[in-house]
Design a protein around this ligand. Sequence first.
Ligand SMILES: *Cc1c(COP(=O)(O)O)cnc(C)c1O
Length: 362
Amino acid sequence: MSVLAEIDLDALRHNAMLVRQIASGSRIMAVVKSMAYGHGAVPVARALESVVDAFAVARVSEGVELRAANVRLPIVVLEGPGSAEELALCADFALQATLHHPSQLALLRENSAVPAMDYWLKFDTGMHRLGFPAAYAAERVAQVLGMSQVASLACMTHLACADDPGDAMTRRQWQRFADGLADTPVQKSVANSAGILAWPETHADWVRPGLMLYGASPLISRGARELGLQPVMTLSAPLLAINDVPAGESVGYGATWRAPEAMRLGVVGVGYGDGYPRQIGEEGKVLLQGKLLPVVGRVSMDMLTVDLRGVHASVGDRVTLWGQGLPVDEVAGWAGTIPYTLLCGVTARVERRYRITDGQSR
Ligand SMILES: *Cc1c(COP(=O)(O)O)cnc(C)c1O
């Protein structure tokens, strides 16, 4: 009996097909960085291989891991190479590196023996994280295309505020990108999940969905269900104990919560050591037998406590922390965070169990 992250690969494919419908004129670069947002990069990539056109990872090592598992589609490394070793790995494993900084162009010049490869150029249109200034995009493209190691070049930028459909920043960013590359015949990519859902004008040649593939909503105003997304990960844990406590007794570290009346508590075998957020607020709830039960007292490393009033539970019953029946967006809201951190934060000791079309697990 342990904490389980059941990964529904059919739901994953469903969400990818939804991206296809919404951005029907674009190719899909599925973002599988950070262990595919905690779901497991290799199984996720295998399940998506027949549905998408490419994968994106943050780091060279993540791309190498996919190639080692025989993933064949193009793989884009969003941060690009940071050393001659990483550049060589990109060549050896056919990874499409993103170039976002002059130091990477210098790296290419210093390693002129590297075979010609496909590259992405990243432009900064206002996020001010990675990228060359968009104002001189056309000149930059011409310069990089002139390098003997560059076989082909596509261009991307990243949106800072696409999660808010009312934020004018997105339109400004799109305009800077489009203006900078006007008359430059290169493939373009702008939209993350929020861009895909809220900003159709940013779809361009390639979309880069991450979070929405995993069935969570990137938008501040609309939930996953409303968007037609299906949860991919369902995190569950067993009830380890059921205890009756008298009125006024406290539970957990710091004795921060007291029973308002004589009542029944359940101890669930999951905690922050599994990635459950310790900062879950007073609103925080878990799902048992279709009912939402309040989390009471502090979350500890391996356990948390729930209010069992109103349900007839037995030791061993499985409690859902998020996923099927309880959107991770909602749990993130209770914890004062975003679904990204909850999904990426599921720790290594949690068993991932993959479900595929024929209903079997593997
Ligand atoms: C992570 C990432 C994405 C995916 O973002 P989501 O919000 O998860 O869809 C897309 N593009 C870049 C450059 C990224 O770093």
